[in-house]
Design a protein around this ligand. Sequence first.
Ligand SMILES: Cc1cc2nc3c(=O)[nH]c(=O)nc-3n(C[C@H](O)[C@H](O)[C@H](O)COP(=O)(O)OP(=O)(O)OC[C@H]3O[C@@H](n4cnc5c(N)ncnc54)[C@H](O)[C@@H]3O)c2cc1C
Length: 277
Amino acid sequence: MNLSEIHYPRSVQECLTLIEKEKQLRIIAGATTFGIEQHTRYLSFEPAIACIHYIPELSSLQKTERMISIGAACTLASLERIYPFDRTHARDLLRSIGTSAVREIATIGGHIMYPKRFLSLWALLASLDTEVEFRSLSKTTIKNIWYLSDQNGLPNLERNMLLTRVRVPLQSLDHLFIRRVGAGIFPEGDGGYLVSTASINRRSVANFKLVIAGERAFRDYEAEQRIASSPFPISNKTIQSATRLYGESLRKGGHWNTKVLLPLIGQALQDLQRTSV
Ligand SMILES: Cc1cc2nc3c(=O)[nH]c(=O)nc-3n(C[C@H](O)[C@H](O)[C@H](O)COP(=O)(O)OP(=O)(O)OC[C@H]3O[C@@H](n4cnc5c(N)ncnc54)[C@H](O)[C@@H]3O)c2cc1C
């Protein structure tokens, strides 16, 4: 077993200085994935570890008129009463993660930065256009969470930067559809979530998103646009043409079980059609 030096930075600035100085540094938040990434019985950790638990700025929640801004070290348990987890389906999804003991220590930042696959909340956060803020000593980057997946839909995480905040735009969530697919989610497996969200604005659909995330992440902008530009309630014809588009792009990707996913997409669109506003 290698010896690692463990640091406990007390501010974001102190942590960024460490990241800059230590070339091989591992950030640890709740540490619930720490053991999972060990592949042999001989434990091996980076020479330096930064535990971000004692940085108050990373555990703060802020709310503005436009968004909820969540510090990356906020625990999953602390999110239960805030948007979007104040909605029953979203809260059930949150509560399906591990056990209450796990959720008391696992953080939203660690959940998003898990390198092997997309974990349970990813599809929901992506469907809500969540932004993630990363910082290093020299720059701050804010991007849509969707850009943490590469062109093949695989995780493409920022390296040598600290995820500082997760910002979820507030919107009227008139339609929220969440379905689990496959089996295992953590630490790995073929499971994932299909999530679709929409707001209904003066008898038309606005902000429609449908995201599938597990081993890979998927969405189809053209199909989303077809729905988003439709009058509400959406017609059966629109549902059929959007489902056809989804079928084509899932098959084109070649990684997806179209026979399982297409009926679920159909259910999500019918659920949207039946939404009462
Ligand atoms: C028993 C058990 C059951 C579980 N079941 C589920 C489940 O059903 N569904 C599910 O989705 N998940 C499940 N999980 C996984 C859980 O969601 C994650 O372990 C947890 O969210 C990770 O958070 P953490 O704070 O412990 O991260 P850590 O383990 O501390 O870190 C995870 C990764 O993120 C990096 N990291 C952490 N914070 C930052 C940051 N601020 N900036 C940059 N990088 C960072 C770390 O370097 C590491 O690579 C389960 C976990 C356990 C232990």
